[in-house]
Design a binder for this molecule. Structure first.
Ligand code: CP
Ligand code: NVA
Length: 302
C-alpha cells in the first residue's frame, strides 16, 4: 500500500490491518503510552473544502505520532491559481513526508499520487471518503465485536459516503442495503463492483433497507459543492430520513452512525441523533485513531 486514494484499491486484509493498528494505537493512547514512529516527519494537508474533523484529527494525530502537520488552504496555494497538480506533487515531495488532500475531483487526487513520491491520503472527494469509512468500520467492530452476519443500511444520497460505505461494508463481509432515490444513485463504478458482491441491495424503499439492520447510516442531502442544488434536493429527499419509525424496523440494538456534520430534521431526526449520540461521537473520535493507523502504515520508515 503506497497511498490511500479509495477503498476500492484495498483488499479486505489491508482494511482489517488498518483497523487492527487503529485499535492498538487507540489502546496505547488511552493508557498514556507514547508511540512516535513519525518523529521528524511532516504531513501537508491540502484543503479545497471546509473541514472540522478531518483537519483537527490529522493535525493532532500527526503530532501524537511525533511529527508535524501543515495546513495548506488551496485558496493560498498556487494550485488555486492553476499551477498543475503534477508540479505541485513533485515540489511537495521534496519538502514533505506525506500529503493529505481534500478536494472535489477524485482524478486530481489520483494525479497527485501519480506524480508524488510520498504517500497521498484522500481526505474526501466528491467520489469517496475512505478515512471516514475506516473510522466507521472501526466503530462498528468496537460495538459489535466483528462484521460477520451484520446488516448495514444506508439511507439517503448516493454521495461520497454512500460510495465508500458500500465498498467498505461489502469488503469486510457485511450485508449492505441502500435506500437511495433513483436520481441520486451512487457512482456507476461502485454499483458495477457492488452488484458482483454477495449481500448487496439497493432499493427505493427506506423501510426495506432498514429492516433488521444492525447499523444505520445516513448523510446530508446536499454535500459540499452542491449548495446550489440544496433546495431542489431538500424537496427530492423528503422522507429519506432516519427517524423513530425507521428505527422500529431495525434490530432492537441497532447502532446509528453519521459522519457529521448532521442536519437535524433533514436526514435524521433530533430524537434519533441524540439517542445515538455516544456512537456518533465515538465514530468521530475514531477518525483520529484510524488516520493515525493509516499514517503509520504508509509513512513509517523502516
Ligand atoms: N466527517 C468529516 O469528514 O468531517 P469534516 O468535514 O468536519 O472534516
Ligand atoms: N457528504 C458530505 C460529507 C461531509 C464529511 C460532503 O461531502 O459534504
Amino acid at each position: 500500500m503506497k497511498d490511500l486514494l479509495k477503498l476500492l484499491d484495498l483488499s479486505r486484509d489491508e482494511i482489517i490491518r488498518i483497523l487492527d493498528v487503529a485499535y492498538d494505537l487507540k489502546t496505547k493512547q488511552k493508557k498514556g503510552i507514547e508511540f512516535q514512529p513519525l518523529k521528524g516527519q511532516t504531513l501537508g494537508m491540502i484543503f479545497e473544502k471546509s473541514s472540522t474533523r478531518t483537519r483537527v484529527s490529522f493535525e493532532v494525530g500527526m503530532y501524537q505520532l511525533g511529527g508535524t502537520a501543515l495546513f495548506l488552504s488551496a485558496r493560498d496555494l498556487q494550485i488555486g491559481r492553476g499551477e498543475p497538480v503534477q508540479d505541485t506533487a513533485r515540489v511537495l515531495s521534496r519538502y514533505l513526508d506525506g500529503i493529505m488532500i481534500r478536494t472535489y475531483s477524485q482524478e486530481e487526487v489520483e494525479e497527485l499520487a501519480k506524480y508524488a513520491d510520498i504517500p497521498v491520503i484522500n481526505g474526501l472527494t466528491d467520489f469517496c471518503h475512505p478515512c471516514q469509512v475506516l473510522a466507521d468500520l472501526e466503530t462498528i467492530r468496537e460495538y459489535k465485536g466483528g462484521f460477520n452476519g451484520l446488516k448495514m443500511a444506508y439511507i439517503g444520497d448516493g454521495n461520497n459516503m454512500a460510495n465508500s460505505l458500500i465498498v467498505g461494508g461489502l469488503k469486510v463481509g457485511m450485508q449492505v442495503s441502500c435506500a437511495i432515490p433513483k436520481d441520486y444513485y451512487p457512482s456507476p463504478e461502485v454499483l458495477a463492483w457492488a452488484e458482483k458482491q454477495p449481500g448487496f441491495q439497493i432499493t427505493q424503499n427506506v423501510m426495506e433497507a432498514a429492516e433488521g439492520a444492525d447499523v444505520l447510516f445516513t448523510d446530508v442531502w446536499a454535500s459540499m459543492g452542491m449548495e446550489g442544488e440544496a433546495e431542489k434536493r431538500a424537496r427530492a429527499f423528503q422522507g429519506w430520513q432516519i427517524n423513530r419509525d425507521v428505527m422500529l424496523v431495525a434490530k432492537k440494538d441497532a447502532m446509528v452512525q453519521h459522519c457529521l456534520p448532521a442536519h437535524r430534521g433533514e436526514e435524521i431526526t433530533e430524537e434519533v441523533f441524540e439517542a445515538h449520540a455516544n456512537e456518533i461521537f465515538d465514530e468521530a473520535e475514531n477518525r483520529l485513531h484510524a488516520q493515525k493507523a493509516v499514517m503509520t502504515i504508509l509513512m513509517e520508515k523502516e
